[in-house]
Every structure is written in structure tokens, then in C-alpha cells.
Design a protein around this ligand. Structure first.
Ligand code: AMP
Ligand code: ZN
Length: 407
């Protein structure tokens, strides 16, 4: 660990495209071999007449079958394990809104690699062993807790597992321990700022904060700017999902020009959600990820339902790992209003343009006659007193749909 190096893993972070292709081909072959131990994949490979020898380039991933969240649910709890349970040392589970929850298994190596990914990200935004890292996100099954904990420890930082909520205690930790970096969901940081204001704590004057890692929920560029301006702290977008490990999958570098997705760990595809064909760089589509290192539960062409696009494949920071735009939202979060597709962050973007408004908001969908009679949509914007909307300790709930199912 060279504290003066801008890279924690220079041998992987600075790979050329050619080297990435070579590494991915080799790791994809390994993954296909590992998946042959999973009846679900073994059956699909047989049906499609494919095996590891057919993988000669990363693009050959397109010969492989997709995996969906429903497949995970159908295999609940351990059906997709590629190793014996004796080899697994942890599981994370996410509760589904319908049906079975999903389970993600990890071997000790998987946990080690996950911590490496998170550590790489924190290093990338300038954090070093002498920093104090406060993890103000939920612990337990939510991967933002243990994921950042182990990653921050791997960097060697003094790590404060503050968990979510209790803003007064968070502020006390920040000031007493000299916290320099925080990980939290963006909606929580805006709340934390309000409490700081109420307490007469000025983050610029009274704290040593310099870096935020914000993620786990969609947020607009405007929301990020607002957070940065409130605290005078750089806020870096962090993308994670439990099925891939948790946080660590994609992270912004100091250029803040999109999320670097780590191609030594994943093959990244952006596909048209209807045809499942790849879309050209720059076009929005569904993010599809294939794990390259996971032992306990490798996933092939996992349909994330997150919508984004490729921004570039080079970066002034020297990393050639693909850069993706901030997530527009999940296809499930899309509101269809009179045939128009709208995502909550499009509304957020407008709200954030009004400095006199606080940062919390709730979109309520109803079938109001007045709306029906209009040709264009006219949202009713109702201002409520600051602090009166519910603040979730986890991911923010932005939409309440009161419309009838047939609408
Ligand atoms: P979970 O597996 O419960 O942690 O949820 C993963 C999901 O959270 C992803 O599929 C995204 O929809 C969302 N998510 C995570 N990080 C971000 C981010 N930085 N921006 C937008 N959405 C995110
Ligand atoms: Zn970069």
C-alpha cells in the first residue's frame, strides 16, 4: 500500500482495453466453469449447447443466458449456490415486495474481494489510512453497512459503524472523532444538514469532513450539487447491488464524470429492455452485469432493471474501466402518466432548482378528474412544513401510487 499512489490496485485500475479484454475472457471462462456446478445454469448451457470453450472474447457473454431476479426467487434459498454451503461464510437477503426474498451467498474469498472493491473506491477519492470514516448507513442485511465497514477497514481508516439515524449522535461522532468521510444515502445527508443547522453546527467551521460516498438510491446531479454546497464536501456517487456483492460495483473517481464500473470484476452490458439486444454507447438501456470473481454465487447476465448509458471508456484519471451515467432509475420506478414515462429524479431535478425548498419530497399519484380533463399533465405541488415528510432510515420512498390498478 503506497499512500502516495493515486491507485490502490494499479495493476488492475490502469489496464488498457486490450488487457481488460484478455482478463475478462479468462475470468468469464472460469465463471462459466463454476456455473456448470449450478443445476440452473448447467441445464441452460446444455439447452444452448454452450460451454467454456465457446468463450473467446468478452462479447461472447452474449451467447450465455440471462438471469433475472425471479430466477433468484425461484431458487430460494440456496438453489444458485456454485459451492457447498460449508464453503460459504455469509449470506445477505433482501426482502422482496412479493413472493420469496432473495439470498446472496458469499465465500470468504468473495467477502475479501468485495472489501477490495470498496477499498479501491475509497482510495480513488483520496481517502487514506489516516482518515476517519463514519458509516451512517443501515447495517444488517442491507449491504451498505458491512460492505463499507470492511472496505474502509481494508484501507486502514479508523472506521465508525454509526449505522443509520439518530442525527444528534451522528453529529457528535463527526465532531468528537474528527470524521473526515461519511457514507450515507443522499436523502439522509440532506436531513443531517438540517439537524446541524438546528444545532448551530457549521460543517465548514466545526468539522473535518471532506468526502461523502452517496448511493444506494437514485439521485439527481442537482441533489448532489446541493449536498456538496450545503456541507462544502465532495460527494461521490457509489453504485452497488446485493446480487453483485453490495457497494463497490461502480464508483466515481475525482473527475466526477460518471461511475467507473470495475471490469476486472464484472462484464458490463447495456441492452434494450424489450429486445435484449445491446444498445450503442450513449444510449439509455438496462444495465446487465456478469460477475467474474464470485465463487459462492456467480451470476451470468443479471438483469439489474437499472437504466443508464455508457459515457465513455477512458478517463483523465487513467482508468479505462467503463464510465456509466448516474442511474436514471429502475424500470420498476418508472411512472407511466398518460402514456408519458417519468422517473422520480426528473421531478427531483426541478425541485432542487428552488433553493428556498428543502430537499425531501414525496410524489403521490392519484386519479383526479381535474387531471384527466387536461391535455398535459399538471402536477399539484403542495408545500409542507420542513421536516413534516417522513424520512426513511434506509432508501428514500419517493412515490406513493394511489391510482387504481387499471389506470
Ligand atoms: P440493494 O441490492 O437493495 O442494495 O439495491 C440495489 C439497487 O439500488 C440498485 O439496483 C439500484 O436500483 C439502486 N442503487 C444503488 N446504488 C445506486 C446509485 N448510486 N444510484 C442510483 N441507484 C442506486
Ligand atoms: Zn476516472
Amino acid at each position: 500500500m503506497d499512500v502516495n499512489s493515486q491507485y490502490l490496485h494499479p495493476q488492475y485500475e490502469t489496464l488498457s482495453r486490450e488487457e481488460i479484454n484478455k482478463l475478462q475472457t479468462q475470468r468469464l471462462q472460469e465463471t462459466v466453469n463454476r456455473c456448470a456446478n449450478v443445476p440452473f445454469y448447467a441445464r441452460k448451457f446444455k439447452e444452448m449447447g454452450i460451454n467454456a470453450q465457446d468463450i473467446k472474447s468478452p462479447e461472447d457473454v452474449r451467447k450465455l443466458p440471462f438471469t433475472t431476479k425471479q430466477d433468484l426467487r425461484d431458487s430460494y434459498p440456496f438453489g444458485l449456490a456454485a459451492v457447498l454451503l460449508d464453503k460459504c461464510t455469509r449470506l445477505h437477503s433482501s426482502s422482496g415486495t412479493t413472493g420469496n426474498p432473495t439470498v446472496i451467498l458469499h465465500t470468504q474469498n468473495d467477502l475479501e474481494e468485495w472489501a477490495n472493491q470498496v477499498a479501491r473506491n475509497l482510495w480513488m477519492v483520496g481517502l487514506r489510512p489516516n482518515d476517519v470514516f463514519q458509516n451512517s448507513s443501515g447495517y444488517g442485511m442491507f449491504t451498505g453497512g458491512l460492505g463499507f465497514q470492511y472496505g474502509a477497514e481494508k484501507v486502514g481508516m479508523l472506521t465508525v459503524p454509526a449505522a443509520a439515524g439518530n442525527s444528534l449522535r451522528q453529529i457528535k461522532f463527526i465532531t468528537d472523532f474528527g470524521t473526515t468521510a461519511i457514507h450515507a444515502v443522499p436523502s439522509y445527508l440532506t436531513r443531517l444538514y438540517e439537524v446541524m443547522q438546528e444545532q448551530g453546527v457549521d460543517p465548514r467551521r466545526d468539522t473535518k469532513l471532506k468526502v461523502f460516498a452517496i448511493g444506494a438510491e437514485p439521485h439527481s446531479e442537482e441533489q448532489r450539487q446541493r449536498i456538496q454546497n450545503m456541507f462544502g464536501v465532495k460527494a461521490y456517487n457509489s453504485f452497488g447491488m446485493s446480487e453483485m456483492c453490495g457497494p463497490g460495483v461502480g464508483f466515481e473517481c475525482q473527475e466526477q464524470n460518471g461511475l467507473h464500473f470495475w471490469e476486472d470484476y464484472y462484464i458490463v452490458e447495456i441492452v434494450d429492455p424489450d429486445t435484449l439486444e445491446p444498445v450503442p454507447d450513449g444510449e439509455i438501456g438496462e444495465l446487465v452485469l456478469t460477475t467474474l470473481r464470485r465463487e459462492a454465487m456467480p451470476l451470468i447476465r443479471y438483469r439489474t432493471r437499472d437504466l443508464t448509458r455508457v459515457l465513455g471508456r477512458t478517463c483523465p484519471c487513467g482508468r479505462n474501466h467503463v464510465r456509466l451515467d448516474r442511474m436514471k432509475g429502475r424500470s420498476d420506478d418508472m411512472m407511466v402518466l398518460r402514456g408519458v414515462n417519468i422517473f422520480p429524479i426528473q421531478i427531483e431535478k426541478i425541485l432542487m432548482m428552488f433553493p428556498e425548498l428543502a430537499s425531501n419530497y414525496l410524489i403521490t399519484l392519484t386519479t383526479d378528474r381535474a387531471l384527466k380533463d387536461e391535455i398535459l399533465l399538471t402536477p399539484i405541488v403542495k408545500l409542507v412544513p420542513k421536516g413534516s415528510l417522513p424520512v426513511s432510515e434506509g432508501k428514500a420512498v419517493r412515490v406513493v401510487d394511489k391510482r387504481k390498478v387499471y389506470q
